[in-house]
Design a protein. Sequence first.
Length: 401
Amino acid sequence: MSMTILIAPSGFKESLSANEVADCIGAGVLRAIPDAIILKAPMVDGGEGFTQALVAATGGSLHAATVTGPVGEPVKSFFGFLGGRGPRTAVIEMAAAAGLRLVPRERRDPCLTTSYGVGELIARALDAGAQRILLGCGDSGINDGGAGMAQALGVRLLDADGADLGRGGAALAQLQRIDMSGRDRRLDRVRIDAAVNWHNMLLGPRGVARVFGPQKGATPAQVELLDSALERYATAITAATGLHVGTAPGAGASGGLGAAVLGLLGGALHPRYEIVMTYLEIDSLVAQADLVITAEGSLDGQTPFGKVPAEVALHAKAAGLPVIALAGTIGKGAIANFDHGIDAFASILTRPCSLEEAIENARKLLTHAAEDAARMINVGIRLGTPPALIALPEEGSSSWF
């Protein structure tokens, strides 16, 4: 009897989309198990691919737009509208206007990058008649607390002299007060639901600047500057609106964008899979499968905190299915994933190589790794043991996706 394998991966940042990852894994599996029945459920977490996935799932439409990119230069972007009945719902992924992929490596300075283009996308969606906005938060290249997004929608951030602040997270160190009088009035009539990583806080020991700032190019000194600036920002939001965003769950999502959605736009924050799973019916596919393979660019101790492999494993385990995870690299603390539904994992890297080389060869590496995993599954089947027997690689490699 043929084995049915569900492939439910995330994308590999700056390299392969979730659809491309699923295709590579499927091709590798079929090399080793030609009669396998392959089901694919490319997963999105609010980052890149969020808009296309929800639009495709509902038969909606995509719309092109040019907006201000994270380094202040125009970028080609897009937003979508869901199909079907109900309020006219726009879908926006912040990564399409302020994603890390849009920040050239030599210009990765989270003190300067801005979310201004995200606000422009929201304005375009409102121009097109949006009654509700689904905002995906993930894969960001900014650390400005969503200040730029709010500025694009008429919120004024003022210094001690009453002058408007410039863009970027570091500018918030000069923030004196927030003026909401020019805020786009249409925001009062639209419902905004943001899909966020519920574990990301704006401030505190695990505040967004401290946890993610270094990943976006921040030096230790810049991390301290950004954290202090965001504290000032949170205080100003409270003074202007009465809302406390500093430790609100999800407020630190996407460089603090969640804080502005909650505190300045009047939106609501939701655990991202609460929204995603409404439109991507993974449970119906899990019910048909014998085994689940998931994947992400880096598997480490952070994966159980709202990352795709852990969420997929949660759904698979509810159906009693074994789960294998493939990753670009295996990082510190990855062993914790065994306690969160992942039965085995492996890196697709077979030898040390540069980031550039790994990205260039990602398709081939992933396809070969999937083939290797499938051959291990074949061995397990022949031995009469569960199929999730893959050698555990050493921990400690750094993420390159």
